[in-house]
Design a protein around this ligand. Structure first.
Ligand code: FES
Length: 231
């Protein structure tokens, strides 16, 4: 979605809200700086080169906040009407890219903020069912088994999470086939994330609340993280 279209979307949402009660309940997109997604070699990541059903990770809108980039391997055209934990509604618009199959979400679990670190990850996309995962093709957090549907805006399918994962808004340039992150939609957990982990992140080096650069490197989760917890 182009930035201009976002602005139109915001204006349309506000206009459509009409009645004050609806306007108060809408969660509108939050626009951050644009970050072009690049591969580990620094070259722009082409949408056509995003492997299907692989866990890819990048950081946005802060240098310390991880996100999943997923090519679900099939068009995700349908939008989804979702609600945050504080009862603000919003509409997630589906996938982007040449096949409308690419989606992105914050990788910070909406329950108790488990997230992929360099050492370990409890949360990731799982194609297969398992003993603790009765759904296939979900983002599953093994901490307390929250499961999210990436084909429906990360709607909560199971577990204690009180809201979907925040969606990361992507723009796809059809001329160059490049992808950029431009904002978020839904229930952000960044304030809670920094309140819980700021000291840990600071000890690991860097400035935890620094905003993401104008480019964000996309990694395979298995390259980024030493141990992935399966359940
Ligand atoms: S932190 Fe993810 S389910 Fe509890």
């Amino acid at each position: 979605m182009q930035r201009r279209e976002f602005v139109k979307f915001c204006a349309a949402s506000a206009a459509a809200a009409g009645a004050p009660a609806v306007a108060a309940a809408d969660a509108l997109p939050t626009l951050y700086g644009r970050a072009r997604l690049v591969g580990e070699n620094g070259a722009p990541l082409k949408a056509a080169a995003v492997p299907a059903e692989r866990n890819l990770i990048f950081h946005y809108p802060f240098a310390a906040t991880p996100c999943f980039l997923l090519n679900l391997g099939r068009p995700v055209k349908a939008s989804a009407r979702l609600v945050t934990a504080d009862q603000r509604s919003y509409e997630w618009k589906g996938g982007v890219g040449p096949r409308l199959s690419i989606v992105a979400y914050s990788a910070i679990c909406a329950h108790q903020l488990a997230y992929p670190t360099r050492e370990i990850s409890f949360i990731s996309y799982r194609r297969e069912k398992s003993a603790r995962n009765k759904f296939a093709n979900v983002i599953h957090c093994c901490a307390e088994h929250s499961q999210y549907d990436p084909a429906e805006g990360a709607r909560v399918l199971a577990g204690p999470a009180p809201q979907p994962l925040a969606a990361i808004l992507l723009e796809h340039d059809p001329k160059t086939d490049e992808l950029s992150a431009v904002g978020t939609l839904g229930g952000e957990m960044f304030n809670q994330f920094f309140a819980k982990y700021e000291m840990k992140l600071a000890l690991e080096g860097g400035a935890p609340r620094a905003t993401a650069d104008t480019t964000s490197v996309v990694h395979e989760l298995e390259n980024y993280c030493r141990q992935q917890v399966r359940c």
